[in-house]
Design a protein around this ligand. Structure first.
Ligand SMILES: [Fe+2]
Ligand SMILES: [Fe+2]
Length: 298
């Protein structure tokens, strides 16, 4: 299955010759909505080929501590995105966010199908209720995805290179990881576009809302990291932190420096597939580069 070809049309790779985009313009909107709408990959989770695994590999897969959390995270993301799409009036943005919601639901289905195929038990999911403030939850989900995707890029690459899991299994998740790169690129451009289209006071209010949800997403990840470290120290392992508790079992040779270095390189590589005139998620690469300055060499 060659998803890369389907996801990288030439029109997006050759747009360096085009004049720069004015943030908040119709052209900007068409370009960032295009990252979702034009680069959509119509794969069907039901026909993905799950490779046969040895008992050893199956046990390794089963021992990963984050499957329940991953499924619920995708379920929440999907229902929050759809709630946002339902409130948006601009037809193009509405269509793009609804597609984002569809893709999150499809990620959940890919995970469920895989767990089902390999006989890995999953806790029953509680119903996903619609958020009261759709925009707030959409922004929180967007910043959360910016944090998570950065680490997912690194962990995915390390899992791929380590040979810890068969390449046919790792490859099935390439479209999922790539879709997250599209989602966060769409999101940061949507934030800039939405802010630019407001007058001064509503714009300041919107920016304050973004700042608050960014802080909430950061605190959420920090508290999970703390819980994961405690759990790791106590030898129990956490069940809701992919990076801290899952990373070491997903790949070998994982150190904070290695993970950040690989994540930075992968972030650059994945983002290079999109229209270069669009904004890129900056916060995590910036934090990653800062942290590298203080981390000891491996
Ligand atoms: Fe997702
Ligand atoms: Fe996503």
């Amino acid at each position: 299955m060659n998803h890369i070809a389907a996801l990288s049309p030439d029109s997006h790779l050759t747009s360096t010759s085009l004049p720069p985009l004015k943030i908040g313009s119709e052209e900007h909107k068409r370009a960032f909505c295009g990252v979702l709408l034009d680069l959509f990959d119509p794969y069907k989770p039901s026909i993905l080929a799950w490779p046969r695994l040895s008992e050893d590999t199956k046990n390794r897969l089963m021992s990963l501590p984050f499957w329940d959390v991953a499924v619920v995270t995708e379920g929440h993301a999907s229902s929050r995105m759809q709630a946002m799409a339902d409130t948006v009036t601009d037809p193009l943005i509405k269509q793009a966010i609804a597609l984002n919601a569809f893709e999150e639901g499809r990620h959940k289905l890919v995970l469920r199908n895989m767990l089902n195929f390999y006989g890995i038990p999953l806790k029953p999911e509680a119903p996903y209720s619609a958020p009261r403030d759709a925009e707030w939850k959409f922004i929180c989900t967007g910043y959360g995805e910016c944090f998570d995707s950065f680490f997912a890029f690194g962990l995915y690459k390390m899992a791929k290179d380590s040979g810890y899991f068969p390449p046919e299994l790792v490859e099935v998740f390439e479209p999922v990881v790539h879709e997250e790169a599209r989602h966060i690129t769409f999101f940061v451009n949507w934030v800039a576009y939405t802010a630019a289209s407001k007058s001064l006071i509503p714009r300041l209010w919107f920016r304050a809302k973004c700042l608050a949800s960014l802080a909430a997403a950061a605190l959420d990840r920090l508290s999970l990291a703390g819980m994961g470290s405690e759990a790791a120290k106590s030898g129990k392992g956490g069940d809701d932190n992919f990076v801290v508790t899952g990373g070491e079992t997903l790949t070998v040779g994982l150190t904070p420096r290695k993970l950040i270095e690989v994540a930075l390189a992968e972030d650059t590589r994945r983002m290079s597939r999109f229209d270069p005139r669009l904004l890129r998620p900056q916060i995590m690469p910036f934090i990653g580069r800062m942290v590298l300055k203080f981390l000891p060499k491996d």
